[in-house]
Design a protein around this ligand. Sequence first.
Ligand code: ADP
Length: 629
Amino acid sequence: MSAEKMEFKAELKQVMEIIVHSLYSHKEIFLRELISNAADAIGKIRFDALTDAELAEGDTDFQIKIIPDAAAKTLTISDNGCGMSRETLINDLGTIARSGTKAFLEKMKQAKSENVDLIGQFGVGFYSAFMVADKVEVVTRAPRQTAATKWTSAGEDSFTVEAAERDKRGTTIVLHLRDDESEFAETWRLRSLVQKFSDFIEYPVVLVTDEKKRDKDGKETDEIEHKEDIVNSRQAIWLRAKSEVKDEEYAEFYKHISHDFDAPLKTIPYAAEGAQEFKALMFVPARRPSDFFMREQRRGLQLYVNRVFIAEECDKLLPPYFSFVRGVVDSSDLPLNVSREMLQEDRQLHKIRKALVSRLFATFKEMLEKEHATYLKFWEQFGVMLKSGLMGDFENRESILDLLLYPSTRASEENKLVTLAQYVEAMPAGQEEIYYMIAENRPMVENSPYMEYFRERGYEVLIMTDPVDETVVAATPEYQGKKLKAIDRGELAAKDETPAAEKEQREKDHQDLLAFIKETLGDEIAETRLSARLKSSPLCLIGEEGQIGAQMERLLRELGQAAPERKLVLEINPDHAAIAALRSKLSADKNAATEDLRLLFDGAVIASGGKIKDPAAFLQRAAKLVAGA
Ligand code: ADP
C-alpha cells in the first residue's frame, strides 16, 4: 500500500506556520515536550495494564530512548508507551484541532512574539518538533496490534500516512534536523537538556550513542562503541526532604508540570503524617496562565500512588477556587488499581483534599503576615479566585475572608490595602458594622454624598471596585460578628441626636416638600425622606438593604441580562441651602420648583453611579441655571 496524503486541519497549519516562522528562542523546549509525551504514553499503558495485565504484552521495561546521529543529522526519540493506532495517529497528529489550538492561535496573535511557553500550555507540544526539524517521521504501534503506521511531514500543509513495521508496541519519532540545528544531535547538549528539563521523569531517559572509541591518548580510533546511559536521576522530587532540594530544582520541576516559563511565586512541599500519609508538592504560579479564564484550562494536581502516576489533572484534590495551584500528590493509602471513576468518590481522596486545602490557607495566611510584598503579588493575580470561593465553600468561609484585601477610605496611601481583621481592629468606639461601598473607582466613593456621615464620625469605608465584590458581600453576612453594610443602601441605624420635638417640627415643615417630590418623581423612587446622613450634599439616593447595587445593575445590563428593578429612596438634607430654596420656590412657582427638583434628582442619580433618563434635558436645565434664567 502506498502512502496516503492528507491535509492538516486549518488551525494546525497556522500553528505550524507560527512554530516554523516566528519562534526563534528557547527552541530546545521541543525535547521536553517530546519526552513528556513519551512519558505520558508510558504512564497510560502502565495504568491500563493495572486492570488488564495482558495489555502490556510482557514489555514492562519502560524507557524513553534518545538516539542522536550527528552524521545523518537526525535525532530519534523512542518509547514503549501506548503507541497509536492508525486512526488515533491521523486524528491526534493532524486532523483534529483541539480546543486549545484555537486558543493558542489567538494568544499568539496577542502575545509578544517570543512566547514559546504557550506551546506546552495549549497542548500543541508535538508540533514544536518543527522548530528544529524540517521533516518529522513518526512510526507507531498500538498494543494488541501487529501493524504499525508511519506518519511523515515536512511541517507545511500536509502529511502522509502509510503502513510500516515496528517490532513492538510504542512510538518512534525521527527528527531530521534543520541545517542550523545540528547541536541537537550532540550528546553533551542532549545530556544537559534532559538533566535540566526531565530529570525527575519517572522512567529512564536513555541516551543511546555510537561513538568512535578513543585510545589512551584520547585520539579517536575506528572502533565504534555503543553506549546506553540513563541520564535522568528519576528522583521523585516530592519525596525528597525539603532541605535537600535546591530552589532551582523545585523551579525546574514546576516548569515541567506547568509548562510555565517563570519560576513559581511560592513552593509548598508538604509531608502529611499520621492517619493520612501522603506527600505533596504544590506551587503557586507567579502569574495567571494565559488561558486562566477559559473553561478548559488545565486544573488540579497530578496524582500518584506510591510513585505510580495515576491521573494528570485530578480536580478532586482541590476546590475550583484553588485551581491555579499546580503540583503533585503521592499517596500510599490509595489502592494502586484505583480507577478514574473511583477517584470521583474516594473518601481517602476527600481527606487528602481537606488537608491540602488547610495547608494552602495556612501558607497564604503566613505569607500575608510575614511576606507581605509576595502576598500582594499573589493577591493581584489570584485574589479574584479566592473571592469566588466564598460562594460555594461555607466550611472555609472564614479562612477566605481572612485573606481578602481592600482599599479603604482611611488608608492614606492611595493603594494601601487592608484586611477585614485590620478594619475591625481599627473601628472606633461606637462603630458596630463594617462599611463598604461598591463603585467603579475610588473617587466615586470618596466624593459621594454617602461618605459624609461616615467621614464625620471617622468610620472607615472599604472601597470595592471589582465586579465580583457584589457576590463577596452577598455571601458574607458578617465577619468576626460584625455585619457588612453598604453605605449606599438601607437606612442608617445611626443614633440621631436631634431632640424629638425638633425632629417633629422639621418633619412638619417639610411635609409639603416631601409630598411634592413624591408626586413629581412618582415611580422613579420608592419613597422620600429627610436624611440623617447628609452634611454638605442636598440629596442622595439610597438602595434598599439586600438589593443589588448600581455597579451590578450596570454590569447585568451590559451583559444583556435583565437586572432586577431597583427602587431607590431619595433622602433630602433639610439643612442644605438648595433644599431650603426648593421649599420656598415651591410656594411661589410650582413649575420652576419642578425644574429644579429634576435637576437635583438627576445629579443624585449620577452621584449614585446610576444613569439618568434624559441627559439632554439635564444639560438644558444646568445651562439655564448657569445663564441665570
Ligand atoms: P498534548 O500532549 O498536550 O495532548 P501534543 O501535540 O504534544 O499535545 O500531542 C498530541 C497527541 O498525540 C497526544 O495527546 C497523544 O494522544 C499523541 N501523542 C503524542 N506523542 C505520543 C507518543 N509518544 N505516544 C503516544 N501518543 C502520542
